[in-house]
Design a binder for this molecule. Structure first.
Ligand code: ADP
Length: 629
């Protein structure tokens, strides 16, 4: 007997909202309906295993069929089906409280509405002018029923005939959503949302190339992998399996370096595989490749705010039924479960890295250059990760030798502690350009860290804060004896006039370099030390480097580069110049300097060893030296 009725009280509010407001998320109807079909199938399998269902399971694939002529999409399963009472209960009575208020608040957020009320099925009305359910329960003696609704709150429910148990959902696609009747479109959506569902999903037949065209075969076209790697036991899997899965997820990618197979049962359920990709230099390129699943249903691949920021550099899949996946992003970000999961992943990632570090340090060191960006990013942005990673974070020196923080401290503490008891970490950020400075430091028995990565300036700043009584200074930021002051520096015994003259003489021979300024400085080093050096103040340089990486520090970015031209007043060559010019008037100094080949040569050599002698100045230098051969 046909029954007529009105769907729940509040559906009058829901239909217009579903139809009108939920445009952006239209495509999720397919995810919702296919997951319902999968759930119904899984439930039947459970009943079978418990002995509550004694019939034949048979082929339990879920079928998605497209009928372009009649304008329908049908999703069929051979799951538990529904009796007419169940339709009444699960489909007709959408029981919820304070609905109006909620709907009003979230009317622009399809996922919230759908997730909050378990309205998965009703998302079908986003794309349909009419929906039919033809279903027959697995329970013995059940009658098949047909439910039909055209998007108004009225539905009809009547007996019908259906051979097999299970449910067909038939969508009569409306005008605006005709694109969903295209095979490629549905294929795309199935690949996106259903690729790893646990029950086979069939979409048409497999095709093969015959006589130059593609032809349908008899074989079902199963679009999913029902046993994705993360659901399997790590003990059964080989490295090749993980690598292959990575290639499936990200075709044409470089091989991943490491992976972590997550399998958590308590206090929440979480499985997944996270890969460390080969992150070469650009942080942003590699972001947002993690896919989030809920019981093998794809939810999103934009995980920002859900996993810690630095983990967005990792690739792979996470699957948890405990993440409230159907709610809005802001809700997710403040959810306590999500926070716990996120902390847990951080811990696991750190544990795994420590494990590899301990088990195979050689391999870890080999991969360090790739891992470094990731680990440093984590340490800079996540205090907890810093605490864990400081045990295996490496510092590489100019000889390419790697040390942990502790090891490095032991290496340098005897030799690189200054007179005030500060430990001085020397670093270079370019082995070639700072070669002579590195050499000078090494000659003193000092060690130089090579900090040539994207985040190393920030690391230097952070480590200086973290390490007690320590300073990080770049090798070219001062003369070596000043960088690590062992004793009070010797007084420079020059009168103001001598200094002035000296400054004038050397400045007059400096080539003009764009956005670059020099200050002449005097140091009483030993006579064996270099007569002249160019240094750049550590603080100013760091500020400029940081401002290049972030906005809001434009002030430092605009400043010219300031260098010190440091003269060693104890060096015989400099001494000679001092005595030559000390009585001269300012006007005569320039002329003297122009004639004095030593001054020009010293200036050029200092620039040259700093990589700053270029263009015409370099050309003149070469000519001059050729001619004197
Ligand atoms: P949810 O899946 O979140 O519970 P839905 O609106 O998608 O919400 O579905 C409501 C209920 O209808 C389901 O819980 C289930 O009991 C029933 N149902 C939906 N689709 C099917 C199906 N294909 N087979 C059997 N029961 C179904």
């Amino acid at each position: 007997m046909e029954k007529k009725g009105t769907i729940g009280v509040t559906t009058e509010n829901i239909f217009p909202i579903i139809k009108k407001f939920l445009y952006s998320d239209h495509e999720i109807f397919l995810r919702e309906l296919v997951s319902n079909a999968v759930d119904a199938t899984q439930k039947l399998k459970t009943y079978a295993s418990l002995g509550e269902f004694k019939g034949e399971l048979g082929n339990v694939s879920v079928c998605v069929k497209l009928d372009k002529e009649n304008g329908t999409i049908t999703i069929s399963d051979k799951g538990i089906g529904m009796t007419s009472e169940e339709i009444d209960k699960y489909i007709n009575q959408i029981a919820f409280s304070s609905a109006n208020e909620f709907l009003d608040k979230y009317k622009n957020d399809a996922n919230s509405i759908i997730g909050h009320f378990g309205l998965g099925f009703y998302s079908s009305f986003m794309v349909s002018k009419k929906v039919e359910i033809i279903t027959k329960s697995f329970k013995e003696g059940s009658e098949a029923v047909k439910w039909s609704c055209d998007g108004s709150p009225e539905y009809s429910l009547e007996p019908t005939t259906k051979e097999e148990r299970g449910t067909d959902i038939i969508l009569y696609i409306d005008e605006e959503n005709k694109n969903f009747l295209e095979k490629v479109e549905i294929e795309k959506l199935l690949k996106k949302y259903c690729r790893f569902l646990p029950v086979p999903i069939v979409f048409g037949k497999k095709t093969e190339w015959k006589d130059g065209k593609s032809e349908e075969t008899d074989e079902d076209n199963i679009i999913n992998d029902t046993n994705p790697l993360w659901t399997r036991k790590p003990a059964e899997l080989k490295d090749e399996d993980y690598k292959k899965f990575y290639q499936d997820l990200y075709p044409f990618s470089d091989e991943p370096m490491f992976w972590i197979h997550l399998n958590v049962d308590y206090p929440f359920k979480l499985t997944g595989i996270l890969y460390f990709p080969q992150v070469k230099s650009n942080v942003d390129l590699n972001r947002n490749k993690i896919q989030l699943y809920s019981n093998q249903v794809f939810v999103t691949d934009s995980v920002e705010g859900i996993v810690p920021e630095f983990l967005t550099l990792m690739h792979g899949v996470l699957d948890s039924p405990d993440i409230p996946l159907n709610v809005s992003r802001s809700y997710l970000q403040s959810d306590q479960n999500v926070k716990k999961i996120s902390n847990h992943i951080t811990k696991k990632v750190a544990d795994r890295l420590e494990e590899i570090f301990k088990a195979d340090r050689t391999q870890f060191e080999e991969k360090w250059d790739n891992l470094k960006l990731f680990i440093e990013y984590g340490m800079l942005t996540d205090e907890k990760f810093y605490e864990r990673a400081r045990k295996f974070c490496l510092l590489k020196n100019s000889d390419n030798k790697a040390f942990t923080f502790e090891e490095y401290k032991t290496l340098i503490s005897a030799n690189q502690t200054d007179k005030d008891g500060n430990l001085v970490y020397l670093y270079a950020n370019n082995r070639e350009e700072q070669f002579s400075y590195i050499n000078t430091a090494r000659d003193k028995g000092y060690d130089v860290i090579l900090f040539d990565g994207q985040l190393d300036v920030h690391m230097a700043g952070m480590l200086e804060q973290k390490f007690e009584k320590s300073r990080f200074v770049r090798v070219d930021s001062d003369t070596i004896d000043n960088l690590i002051q062992k004793e009070d520096s010797k007084e420079v015994a020059l009168s103001d006039k001598q200094k002035e003259n000296l400054s004038e003489a050397f400045k007059s021979q400096l080539p003009k370099i764009d956005k670059t300024e020099f200050t002449v400085d005097y140091k009483a080093l030993s006579e064996k030390d270099q007569p002249i050096q160019i240094t750049q103040n550590e603080f100013m340089r760091r500020m400029k480097e940081m401002s290049a990486m972030q906005t809001g520090m434009g002030f430092y970015g605009e400043m010219p580069n300031n260098y010190n031209l440091v003269l060693n007043v104890e060096h015989p060559l400099v001494k000679k110049i001092i005595s030559d010019i000390e009585d001269k008037d300012k006007e005569n100094i320039d002329a003297y300097a122009g004639e004095n080949s030593n001054i020009r040569q010293l200036v050029d050599l200092a620039l040259l060893s700093n990589g700053m002698l270029k263009g015409e100045a370099l050309n003149n230098f070469i000519k001059r030296n050729m001619n004197s051969l």
